[in-house]
Design a protein around this ligand. Structure first.
Ligand code: XMP
Length: 319
């Protein structure tokens, strides 16, 4: 019978068989897929697994700490955390074209990962969280930014350069199966049922040139939005929700003072396949609350707007 626990047992046996006593490397992003691979491989081969978690300075609030606490502290997985914020932000300086930003982030990720990998002795395998839809998409060589990046990260690139063979335990599974396995393996449900987060992270949610203080502002606004969605039991009713930083300034008023500051856009969508989406019709009172909290608690923001664009014509991300 094809139950999560059977899939786990089968996958563990297969991976043990495949890698034997070799060491395995995994790029851990904190997303569902790589997290489930980490948990699976840890069960299968324990200390033969080393994960590299790259903090690119474009993660959500507390994300790096959460990944470290879940995997390193609670599960005892070997995780190397690389603080690469300066490297990423340095490369992104002066760059405002969205595709250019994506390329830089993808390439820098590979460089950082490569650097860390070369410090480890005796790694023979690279584990990846490729799932069945990724396999199909890459085979079709379709375009579209998500796929380009995904194929860049997941298929090709790294292995040839590094001479590592691939371990891809999720290759035959769909997302919902991966999630069930994650829960069965004891991953926190908050991690397993998290909305998708793009590889380039906040880099595509800060329009134009990425700056460190913009990222800090966006992180706080996004955190408030997500926290309130969870509190109102709306988080699981939308497919994806996030804040976007708009580097334009508008005039506002705080007390007796005029404020000339940046804008936050809130985006929430409902979708089955992420190819088309409708904007989530969140309650007005809820939006009101989120707007007030952001205006009061996040410095440098004078205005909050709600994105009512479907896909099409908009994409889900703003860049
Ligand atoms: P768009 O913005 O194209 O997004 O409507 C569709 C879904 O894909 C995610 N997305 C990405 N995921 N790398 C990723 O791994 C990317 O470069 C990327 N761009 C968009 C987006 O968050 C949404 O879930």
């Amino acid at each position: 019978l094809w139950t999560p626990s059977n899939i786990i047992a089968d996958s563990i046996a297969r991976m043990r068989d495949q890698v034997g006593s070799d060491n395995v490397l995994l790029g851990l992003s904190g997303g569902v897929d790589s997290s489930v691979v980490a948990a699976l491989l840890h069960r299968a081969i324990g200390d033969q697994l080393t994960c590299v978690f790259v903090d690119n300075g474009l993660l959500r609030l507390g994300e790096g700490d959460q990944v470290m606490s879940t995997f390193a502290r609670h599960m005892g997985v070997n995780v190397i955390r690389v603080d690469a914020e300066d490297r990423f932000l340095g490369r992104l300086k002066g760059v405002s074209d969205p595709e250019q930003k994506r390329k830089i982030i993808g390439n820098t990720f590979i460089e950082v990962f490569d650097d860390e990998a070369s410090k480890l002795d005796d790694v023979k395998w690279l584990a990846q969280g490729t799932i069945y839809p990724d396999v199909i998409e890459s085979a079709g060589a379709k375009t579209g930014k998500a796929k380009v990046i995904k194929s860049h990260h997941n298929v090709g690139g790294l292995p040839e350069e590094m001479n590592l063979a691939l371990v891809e335990p999720l290759r035959e599974l769909f997302k919902d199966e991966v999630r069930k396995i994650g829960i069965e393996l004891g991953l926190p449900s908050e991690m397993v049922y998290r909305h998708p987060f793009p590889g380039p992270g906040l880099g595509v949610r800060i329009l134009g040139e990425v700056q460190k203080d913009y990222a800090a502002t966006l992180r706080l606004a996004d955190h408030i939005f997500i926290e309130e969605l969870r509190r109102a039991n709306l988080y699981d009713q939308v497919s994806q929700a996030f804040a976007v930083f708009l580097p334009v300034r508008s005039v506002g008023v705080v007390g007796d003072n005029r404020l000339y500051a940046h804008v936050i856009a809130l985006r929430a969508v409902e979708t089955i396949d992420f190819m088309t989406a409708r904007w989530a019709h969140l309650p007005y009172d809820f939006l009101d609350l989120v707007c007030r909290r952001i205006a009061n608690e996040v410095e440098g923001i004078s205005r909050v707007v709600y994105d009512i664009t479907g896909k099409p014509p908009g994409t889900i991300e703003w860049e």
